[in-house]
Design a protein around this ligand. Structure first.
Ligand SMILES: Nc1ncnc2c1ncn2[C@@H]1O[C@H](COP(=O)(O)OP(=O)(O)OP(=O)(O)O)[C@@H](O)[C@H]1O
Ligand code: SF4
Ligand SMILES: [Mg+2]
Length: 465
């Protein structure tokens, strides 16, 4: 029985239908078949150009069986394929969105100079469940709360079996922090960020220079002499888990500093613990007071660490890589929380981080350290958008590219490893790696940190003042 029909053979299986008896297919061009009304394109496979094909019944049956088997196989595989591939694609999309969000917040939303450091859009507030707070008053005005004056810190380290060497972790650093101001310290590993933070807290004694807090000298005092300072300056550490006793409950962990300093009666202490937990959004506090650290997420543990610092109602907090060990979404939440606290209570933060993007987003000023020295200091937008020092440029180039389209873009990378702090190069410590080194000048003497643009400092001979 021969009828006439039109079917298009596109790829595999389109146009195949039920055929009884013999098939006549006429092929026009490639893959367009005119054949039996009961739909086939099988005949098309036999010819090219224009032609007529007749198939014997057995061959027809064989082809039909093959086609049916292929259809069955496809029907069997397709649901599995959809179940695995579709969620995978959705997860990829979600991951890319999260990464983009984080970097969009971190890199692109660096506040303008003079602009409120957290002029956040509505959607960000919803996403990270943070609440808006008012900008601090002029943080740069008046006497600094904390002054680090020409501080150098050295460590004696072993070299070989019997030898010893001097590690110059911090070299002649001066930095002032005002009430309610966040200064971010960025730089690669070993640049002296932690040592500078510890020196500012009096946890390591400088070889030279001094630290003053609220006009009083901290350096050189004994622990009992600077008890007053311990109450007013606190630290939040990188690893919230290792910095708290796993056998103590959240309530005990947060209350401990009050007990150590003999502050308040039991009821007062408990009220302060509850307030601190509320402040870090571990709410309601009663749900968390009796919990142990291992039952909390990384972000919640870090918030317990912040509550522990906050319970002392400090004026100055050193936050050393506070978010580097928690996941990306909690990271942003903890950083927004710190900024919220900074504004609400006027706390000065020294925010130590590897990540120049979050440094710029969550600070009023950014200090870039290289081999124990501050090589650039300035407002976040100026440092990120118009870096002066070649090392800062390299750090910014190293920020991962959030847009997949730009991931393969060639970047300028600083060659080589940073020299050892026990064997600092003469002159500018960056000169062995600097792409813009001025021969005969940069190796001679250390460039001083100078104001190149209003409020924007750099230690580099490229800028003559
Ligand atoms: N107690 C110590 N004894 C000897 N050397 C030390 C000591 N503490 C730090 N250093 C050295 O001082 C230099 C600066 O260390 P520091 O921890 O301050 O750097 P960092 O910028 O915080 O690095 P990271 O980003 O890896 O935390 C490093 O070379 C380090 O090895
Ligand atoms: S002082 Fe010289 S070596 Fe150092 S960063 Fe500037 S140009 Fe480079
Ligand atoms: Mg460190």
């Amino acid at each position: 029985m021969v009828g006439v029909g039109v079917g298009a053979v596109v790829g595999v299986g389109v146009g195949r239908g039920v055929t009884v008896g013999r098939t006549v297919g006429v092929t026009v061009g490639k893959g367009v078949a005119v054949g039996p009304a009961d739909g086939t394109g099988d005949g098309a496979a036999l010819g090219s150009g224009v032609g007529v094909a007749e198939l014997p019944l057995e061959q027809e049956v064989m082809m039909r069986t093959k086609a049916e088997n292929r259809d069955k196989e496809r029907r069997r595989v397709l649901p599995g394929f959809l179940i695995i591939v579709v969620p995978f694609l959705l997860l990829c999309r979600l991951y890319l969105n999260t990464t983009r969000c984080y970097y969009r917040f971190a890199v692109q939303d660096v506040p303008q100079e003079g602009e409120e450091a957290g002029a956040l859009k509505e959607e960000k507030m919803t996403l990270f469940a943070t609440h808006h707070v008012h900008a601090t008053s002029d943080t740069a005005a008046g006497q600094p709360l904390l002054s680090i004056e020409k501080v150098s810190v050295q460590f004696a380290a072993r070299k070989g079996l019997l030898g010893r060497t001097i590690v110059r972790a911090v070299n002649d650093v001066s930095l002032a922090l005002h009430r309610g101001e966040t200064v971010a310290v960025v730089g690669e590993s070993g640049s002296g960020k932690t040592t500078l933070g510890r020196a500012s807290l009096g946890l390591v004694e400088p070889a030279s220079g001094r630290v003053t807090f609220d006009g009083k000298v901290v350096t050189g005092q004994t622990e009992s002499q600077r008890k007053w300072f311990r109450r007013r300056a606190q630290a939040v550490f990188q690893d919230p888990y290792s910095s708290m006793n796993a056998y103590m409950t959240v309530g005990q962990i947060v209350e401990e500093p009050l007990l150590v300093h003999g502050m308040g009666k039991r009821e007062e202490r408990l009220a302060r613990v509850a307030q601190a937990l509320q402040d870090v959004r571990l709410s309601p506090p009663d749900d968390f007071i009796g919990k142990y650290p291992h039952t909390l997420s990384g972000g919640q543990r870090q918030r317990v660490g912040i509550a522990r610092a906050l319970v002392m109602r400090p004026e100055y907090i050193v936050a050393d890589e506070p978010v580097s060990m928690i996941d990306a979404s909690s990271r942003a939440e903890v950083l927004y929380l710190m900024r919220d606290l900074q504004r609400r209570y006027g706390i000065a933060f020294l925010f130590i981080t590897h990540d120049i993007a979050s440094a710029a987003h969550f600070s009023n000023r950014v200090a870039v350290m290289y081999l124990g020295r501050i090589v650039e200091l300035g407002p976040p937008r100026a440092v990120v958008n118009d870096p002066l020092h070649p090392y800062t440029r390299a750090l910014i180039e190293a920020v991962p590219e959030p847009d997949p389209a730009n991931r393969l873009r060639m970047r300028q990378v600083v060659p080589g490893e940073p020299p050892s702090p026990s064997n600092l190069p003469a002159g500018c410590s960056f000169h062995p790696r600097c792409p813009r080194v001025i021969k005969g000048t940069c190796e001679a003497t250390v460039p001083p940190l100078q104001e190149i643009k209003p409020g924007h400092f750099a230690a580099c001979y490229l800028y003559k003042t």
